[in-house]
Design a binder for this molecule. Structure first.
Ligand code: 6PG
Length: 256
């Protein structure tokens, strides 16, 4: 098993979503009690959508989230407008934000609509710097997020840190534009130093299509790292994988 990693396995997506919501509340309430604010970076893709919906629609979840002290950031964004079909912001907006009263919480959006993805990354980094420095939440030169949600792509990418892309090597910037040759498009993404500076990283992975890569990453660690997600190693934080049974189906008994 990958070192310093905890794994939770759930019967189905509904059970995983329920526990992820409870976990979100625990982390959020603890952060606000200790530091007055809760900083979280949301992942995109399809997996987390049901979680975001439940946060706004499940009565007990909605009532327990400290919305006015919560600052939502994004782990990555596509190079598209916020109402574009592929936009991660659009997914979060439709699933959660549109269901909340205006001004109820704080959103730090990546400006995917800008013609220059590098400019979008620079502005996002400037907004993060302003917020984290103002709140005294910069440690070791990087923002210390309370929680970062991540997903896992079919070829082992996470956020928009894709295999063989330049952003994999970024060691100084907090956010960068990243050309993804496979998709023939730019993305904007947090960098590994930011992911690995978080207090907690939670990977939400569901479906049998991810089972092979899950077992490769979590159990076949003898081989040299070959997937970007294997570079997620919080230096002074926790790494927690939340899997449904389908995604965990190839793990050995001891870890299943
Ligand atoms: C994105 C995500 C990306 C995603 C994985 C898994 O912008 O697409 O940030 O890292 O988490 O690709 O996506 P699914 O949840 O759709 O499988």
């Amino acid at each position: 098993m990958k070192k310093n990693v905890s794994v939770g396995i759930f019967a189905d997506v509904a059970a995983l979503t329920s526990e992820a919501g409870s976990h979100f509340i625990r982390v959020a309430q603890d952060a606000v009690a200790k530091r007055g604010v809760f900083t979280v970076a949301l992942s995109g893709g399809s997996t987390p959508k049901s979680l975001y919906t439940s946060m706004a629609t499940n009565k007990s979840l909605r009532a327990a989230i400290p919305w006015s002290n919560t600052h939502f950031f994004f782990g990555d964004e596509r190079h598209v407008p916020p109402d574009g079909p592929d936009s991660n912001f659009r997914m979060v907006n439709e699933a959660m934000l549109q269901r909340l009263p205006p001004g109820w919480t704080h959103i730090h959006r990546i400006l995917g609509e800008l013609a220059d993805a590098a400019e979008a990354a620079l502005r996002y980094e400037a907004e993060m710097r302003d917020f984290f420095e103002t709140h005294g939440l910069v440690e070791e030169g990087f923002p210390r997020f309370d929680l970062i949600f991540l997903g896992l792509g079919p070829e082992g990418h996470t956020a928009s840190l894709f295999p063989e892309s330049l952003a994999l090597q970024e060691a100084r910037r907090w956010a960068v534009a990243n050309w993804v040759a496979k998709l023939k498009t730019d993305r904007i993404t947090l960098t590994f130093p930011v992911l690995n500076n978080a207090r907690e990283v939670v990977l939400l992975v569901t479906g049998s299509a991810k089972a092979q890569i899950v077992v490769d990453v979590l159990e076949r660690t003898a081989t040299a790292p070959k997937y970007p997600v294997q570079s997620v190693k919080p230096s002074s934080g926790t790494e927690h994988w939340m899997l449904d049974k389908a995604a965990a189906s190839q793990l050995s008994e001891v870890n299943a």
